[in-house]
Design a protein around this ligand. Structure first.
Ligand SMILES: Nc1ncnc2c1ncn2[C@@H]1O[C@H](COP(=O)(O)OP(=O)(O)OP(=O)(O)O)[C@@H](O)[C@H]1O
Ligand SMILES: [Mg+2]
Length: 499
């Protein structure tokens, strides 16, 4: 699998490089060949042009066709031997050879004549290639009209293409020899490059293979944070961070949950064991034992219910019932319930100021529970003779609920954690209260989930030795519970546990 990627990368690299090199070589070869041929053609054309000039000039000079031709023969012999040694140049009048300058690398006029005989050449310079005994020759035929002698001449120049072809052959051989060698070297280099580039990935994979849920604190080593593999390793490490956090929260949750469940069970078990052992007990003693067992079972039931609710919240399967109702009515109800709780503890519960009419769409049952959690806490943590007030007001986005008490307050060190699951600021006191059916530090975690479900938020606005104020903001628009039912996006709030 890994070596396949390496080979695939090499093949891609090689394919691209081969295409470029072959295209470049072919282009270079074609260009060079064209250039050589152009040079050869222009040399032949120059020879033909000079001959045509001489033909014109000499016949004009000597005022006679035959004298002029005789002079052209002389000119061809002298001038062309020095200026154009390679091509064979011939001048024809009709089928008669007027003059010829033999060349070092040209076909004799007699041979050329047999090949071009009968061909009608238009005016100007005509190029062609002919082959004789395995050798190719380049040929230029110029049809020249000489006005002074009123005669039409053919000037023919030809030269062997062998030097051109052997030069191109040499270039071709060099290219054919070097291109494959270059490609082989590139393939080897590309393979090693690909292997070297992929080494960090292999290292990452090996490291990742050894990471299990037990050693989630291990991280992928990152050599270069700014290259692609560095970014990949960083992303992977961030996933590990989140996983580690979630695992830690899960373990903490399990530990807290089992601890909270163990306490009421032990109390109930001890109470029953004491009753069953030793001397016979009176009816009053047995009733007392049963009351202890009942209160512990009530506590157990409440903890299990709260845990079940949060578990459903986490998995997004909590079924909500969305209706439109009046928040002020729920506030009134919670105050009535708070008064019952407060009466037992000597705490007065009242409405802060007259409640505005507050129409709201959401889960009425959950919002009632939210208020009860806050009022219950306020009453629970407020000494006898003190006061709890509940306020409801309109805001620009919806409604704000405030539950204020004049209780003992939350110590600043505890304030950041009171919304975490199983967190209780004063554990001793909570345990003592737990005998009366108190919870396990899940109330505010549930309150936070309910507000988030409604697109709102809950926070401790203020707390000191003179009391605490808890606030809840509930927006009327875009409430997730209305928009998406019970599904809440993954958020720290729902998964939050004691840190
Ligand atoms: N109004 C308050 N005044 C003082 N402390 C408070 C108040 N409300 C909450 N707390 C502190 O925050 C902690 C967490 O509150 P939370 O409601 O989550 O748990 P709990 O009341 O202890 O248990 P449960 O609500 O599950 O019965 C409490 O244990 C308490 O220490
Ligand atoms: Mg509570």
């Amino acid at each position: 699998m890994r070596s396949t990627l390496r080979i695939r990368l090499t093949l891609w690299y090689l394919g691209v490089l081969a295409t470029v090199i072959v295209a470049f070589s072919a282009g270079f070869y074609a260009l060079l060949s064209k250039n050589f041929r152009t040079n050869l053609d222009s040399g032949l054309r120059s020879a033909a042009e000079v001959t045509a000039l001489a033909l014109n000039h000499e016949t004009e000079e000597h005022l006679g066709k035959l004298e002029g031709e005789e002079s052209v023969r002389l000119v061809l012999n002298t001038m062309h031997q020095t200026s154009f040694p390679r091509p064979d140049i011939a001048v024809w009048y009709g089928g008669t050879l007027v003059a010829e300058k033999p060349g070092l690398a040209g076909l004799p006029a007699a041979v050329v004549a047999s090949r071009i005989r009968g061909i009608q050449y238009p005016g100007g310079y005509n190029y062609s290639t002919l082959e004789e005994r395995g050798t190719r020759y380049r040929l230029v035929v110029a049809n020249i009209w000489v006005p002074s002698s009123k005669a039409q001449y053919l000037v023919v120049a030809n030269e062997s293409m062998t030097p051109l072809e052997s030069e191109m052959g040499a270039v071709g051989e060099i290219l054919l020899g070097t291109v494959p060698v270059c490609l082989i070297l590139a393939a080897v280099g590309g393979y090693f490059l690909a292997r070297k580039s992929l080494t960090p990935v292999l290292a990452m994979a090996q490291k990742a293979d050894h990471i299990t849920s037990r050693d989630l604190d291990e991280r992928i080593p990152v050599e270069q944070h700014h290259d692609e593999f560095g970014l990949l390793a960083d992303s992977f490490n961030r996933v590990l961070d989140r996983l580690q956090d979630t695992f830690r929260q899960q373990r903490q949750f399990m530990a807290d949950a089992s601890h909270e469940l163990r306490t009421p069970m032990s109390v109930a078990l001890t109470a029953t064991q004491v009753s069953l052992e030793g001397r016979p007990h009176s009816r009053e003693e047995l009733i007392e034992t049963l009351e202890v067992v009942q209160s512990q079972m009530l506590r157990l039931r409440r903890i299990v219910e709260d845990m079940f609710m949060l578990a459903q919240a986490d998995s997004g399967v909590f079924g909500t019932t969305v209706t439109t109702f009046y928040l002020d009515e729920i506030v009134q109800e919670s105050i009535r319930a708070g008064r019952v709780l407060g009466a037992a503890r000597g705490v007065e519960v009242r409405v802060g100021e007259s409640l505005p009419e507050a129409e709201f769409t959401g889960d009425e049952g959950l919002l009632r529970q939210l208020l009860l959690i806050l009022v219950d806490n306020a009453v629970k943590y407020t000494p006898s003779g003190e006061l709890v007030e509940v306020w409801l007001s309109s805001t620009s986005t919806g409604y704000r609920l405030r539950v204020a008490d004049s209780g003992t307050g939350v110590a600043p060190a505890d304030q950041p954690y009171i919304f975490d699951r199983f967190y209780r600021a004063d554990k001793g006191r909570s345990r003592r209260q737990s005998a009366a059916g108190g919870g396990a530090g899940l109330g505010l975690a549930i309150a936070r989930w309910i507000t988030q479900l409604h697109g709102g938020s809950v926070w401790l606005e203020h707390s000191d030795s003179r009391g605490s104020v808890f606030c809840v903001d509930l927006p009327v628009e875009k409430s997730p519970v209305v928009a998406e039912g019970a599904k809440v996006a993954e958020s720290g709030g729902l998964a939050g546990s004691r840190s």
